[in-house]
Design a protein around this ligand. Structure first.
Ligand SMILES: [Zn+2]
Length: 373
């Protein structure tokens, strides 16, 4: 048993549950913070554990290039390397290979699909994807099997099969080619994982962009394999409405008894929309990125610490917040630290924003239990 549903809301598809891994339980629904390089920027593993953040997302692509999986493996995998005792999830590396090549959906929309960056992806064929390292220009060939092997060495509790991210503006024909290949890659990843599960879970990635029939087909292909959970990936649309629509017709095709993750979404407006649809976990760098820009999340809305009105305010960021930062420091000091570009500003702001997310998810779970969400 790797997932248990404790309650399903009577007024929506939201559910409260727990994902059981070898490094502990993840209560769901839950926010997953992004620690790309094996750390949340400006925090060490102990601080992250202390604030009750239950799942951390690390990026295989970045760790492959620096420090390399051999170094991490020697230290006992990511848990030993970064001294984290709680669960970790890694992705396949594919998303970064393709997203760095094609740019984000937003950038792509601006350039109407014409912009291709400096040819990081050198070749995609049935076997895998050949790309150039942005660090030293060396060529790296990533296959479904080599991605799974790397993730075995990194030793995360949850791993992701190699998939292809087609650009948002791909023609329907290209989208269908990529779609067929990505599912063959996922199946190969699944088979490679099965040979040596090592106590890890593997979550299939549902593709198909905003095409209803493709999303349905993706669910059919991947649920035929015994993945431990499912992540919704690929393009989720160009607006929140499109995303909600896509999730509304995709999620009913997934088995209720397995966890569902939404890849790369976690802004506060989206969180309120995706949880009632039955999303159990979602990862986003938004709260930590916002923190480093001095944008602090509070129940009264977001607060820009660099605003003049905070210059001499002796109030904490949020008087109702129980985080380390709000318990010890006032806005005036934080305003000063950001203005003086002191590094601890990033630490204190990140602690607050992550704490906000942890509390927000606790509250949402409670509301689901009370059938209020
Ligand atoms: Zn706080």
């Amino acid at each position: 048993m790797t997932f248990e549903i404790l309650h399903t809301s009577k007024i929506s598809k939201a559910r409260v549950g727990k994902i059981i891994t070898s490094h502990g339980v993840i209560e769901t629904p839950n926010f997953v913070a992004v620690g790309t390089n094996g750390t949340i920027k400006a925090l060490d593993s102990q601080m992250v554990t202390n604030m009750g953040l239950q799942l951390l997302f690390c990026n295989t692509y970045h760790l492959l290039l620096q420090p390399g999986v051999a170094v991490v493996e020697k230290a006992g995998g990511l848990h030993g390397f970064m001294k984290r005792s709680l669960p970790i999830i890694t992705d396949s590396g594919g998303f970064q290979v393709f997203s760095l090549a094609f740019g984000s959906v937003a950038e792509e929309l601006k350039s109407a699909g014409k912009k291709k960056s400096e040819g990081m992806v050198l070749k995609i064929d049935e076997e895998g994807v050949l790309f150039r390292s942005y660090r030293d220009g060396s060529k790296i060939f990533l296959t479904p099997e080599s991605s799974v092997e790397a993730q075995k060495k990194l030793g995360a509790d949850i791993i992701i099969p190699l998939d292809e991210l087609p650009p948002y503006h791909a023609s329907l024909e290209n989208l269908r080619d990529s779609f067929a290949r990505t599912h063959r890659w996922e199946e190969r990843s699944f088979r490679a994982h099965q040979k040596e599960p090592k106590g890890q879970q593997i979550w299939g990635v549902i593709h198909g962009g905003v095409e209803k029939d493709l999303r349905k087909k993706s669910c059919e292909i991947l649920t035929a394999l015994a993945f431990d959970g499912y992540a919704v990936g690929g393009s989720v649309g160009k607006s929140k409405e499109e995303m909600v629509q896509m999730l509304s017709f995709t999620l009913p095709h997934l088995p209720k008894e397995k966890p569902r993750h939404l890849l790369g979404i976690g802004d506060l407006v989206s969180v309120q929309k995706i949880v009632p649809l039955g999303i159990d976990t979602f990862d986003s760098s938004y709260p930590t990125k916002a923190a480093r820009h001095g944008l602090l999340l509070t129940k009264m809305g977001s607060l820009k610490i660099l605003k003049k009105e905070n210059e001499s305010s002796l109030q904490p960021i949020d008087p109702t917040c129980h985080c380390w930062t709000c318990q010890h420091y006032h806005r005036s000091y934080l305003h000063h630290l950001f203005k003086a570009k002191e590094l601890v500003a990033f630490t204190l702001a990140t602690i607050h924003n992550l704490h906000y997310m942890v509390e927000l998810m606790q509250e949402m779970r409670q509301k689901i239990l009370w059938d209020q969400i």
